[in-house]
Design a protein around this ligand. Structure first.
Ligand code: ZN
Length: 411
């Protein structure tokens, strides 16, 4: 999607602010001799920014306004090395709430809804973002934070919660607990707003079937406000994103060239109005595509497809490039398997090996099941994995993010 005149004007404002603030990106622009952009071609020449740049700015090097204008910071979880600190101005916090409220409206929520929030609070952007959006919309917030399933279910029942906000793995855990206790009839749940994790079709179907709710996928990342920059609509064909706040382009992660709408590649985001820490051409390493054409819901906001993986999730096994998503799609073709799986990659006796753990119930022959899955992976992707079949419920479920790929080669 080519950048519009209006978006270019906003980018120019941000460029000015970044140069003035002498931030890492301002320096980079000065080195490249860029003071403004006049066209889409100019924009495509702007340097990219990366998580590593943000880490190097730790703690407050991203701040692009005088300190007295900063009202809050958030931090990304940072699984490797230094965390990233993102400073927010009052306007940034306000804009984020506006975008989040827009997400809830897209999902059909009104001020009569009661919204139970289970993502974490604190440095993490999730909980407080979900809450600010609820308050902006005028609905009733039930701010639980993560964990304590017993209490979650009690509040859900007593407060007559209508909307659940959760990660997909926690939504699944709650769905299983609700089924186990047979308390679904006592609940008033109608919708789920599910975020911050890639999730397969099967897991989605299971959550929506067990909980009997409509599901909406929310997108976002701490570096760019947090969750709430886009959400799926009731037609469930991609996530609308707010192109008056962010500009999204899809690039080829190898050549770094922008790709036309419809093609899969890496999501690169430019913030158009962010003050505390504006980002230009920020490489998210998330893989998706812009869906061409209009959505049947009539919204003019453009759409991103599902997040199909991470550019750095790409695994090289026996010389073959593999995405976890490819394995997941194969597993979904077997109705006997649950939505849970785990992939472990190790290096044994000079060879890379992939083990895939899957779950099924006691009615199928485990050995035969393993053989069929291995054969299908071999025929589709080109190598034979070791497949281990276990009983349903044995693979880990977590209250935060479920780690599905474990690379033991570099531990
Ligand atoms: Zn739509």
């Amino acid at each position: 999607m080519q950048i519009s005149e209006k978006q270019l004007a906003l980018v120019n404002d941000r460029i000015k602010a970044l140069i003035k603030a002498d931030s890492f990106y301002g320096e980079r622009l000065k080195e490249a001799g860029i003071e403004s952009v006049a066209s889409a071609e100019d924009f495509n020449k702007l340097p990219f920014s990366e998580k590593n740049d943000l880490r190097e700015a730790y703690p407050l090097g991203l701040m692009s306004v005088p300190e007295e204008e900063i009202v809050r910071i958030h931090s990304s979880s940072g699984t490797t090395g230094l965390p990233v600190i993102i400073p927010y101005t009052k306007k940034d916090v306000d804009d984020w709430a506006t975008m989040f409220a827009r997400c809830y409206e897209m999902a059909g929520l009104t001020n009569k809804d009661r919204v139970q929030i289970t993502p974490g609070y604190g440095l993490w952007t999730a909980g407080i973002g979900f809450q600010a959006g609820v308050e902006r919309l005028g609905a009733m917030c039930v701010p639980m934070g993560p964990g304590n399933t017993e209490k979650q279910l009690k509040m859900m029942e007593d407060m007559q919660t209508t909307v659940l906000c959760a990660t997909s793995s926690y939504a699944l855990l709650l769905a299983e607990e609700i089924a186990k206790r047979g308390i679904r009839d006592k609940l008033k749940l109608k919708k789920g707003v599910i975020g911050s994790e890639r999730w397969g079709k099967k897991m989605r179907e299971r959550i929506s079937k067990e909980l009997k709710i409509e599901l909406y996928d929310i997108y976002g990342l701490t570096e760019i406000y947090g969750p709430g920059i886009g959400i799926s609509c009731k037609y469930d064909n991609g996530m609308h994103y707010w192109d008056d706040y962010i500009y999204i382009e899809i690039i080829d992660p190898e050549t770094l060239q922008p790709l036309p709408d419809g093609e899969w590649g890496e999501i690169v985001i430019t913030t158009l109005v962010k003050e505390g820490a504006p980002l230009i051409r920020y490489r998210t390493h998330d893989l998706s595509r812009i869906i061409p054409g209009e959505c049947p819901c009539g919204s003019k906001f453009p759409r991103l497809d599902i997040i199909a993986g991470r550019t750095d999730d790409m695994m090289k096994i026996k010389g073959v490039n593999v995405f976890p998503k490819q394995i997941e799609e194969i597993l979904q073709e077997f109705p006997e398997l649950s939505s849970e799986y785990q992939i472990r990659i190790s290096h044994l006796e000079g060879k890379d090996t992939m083990r895939i753990y899957v779950e099924t119930n006691g009615t199928v022959d485990f050995l035969d099941m393993a053989r069929r899955v291995a054969e299908r992976v071999k025929s589709r992707i080109g190598f034979t994995p070791l497949v281990k079949v276990v009983e349903i419920g044995l693979l880990p479920r977590s209250e935060k993010k479920t780690k599905r790929v474990i690379d033991e080669r570099y531990q």
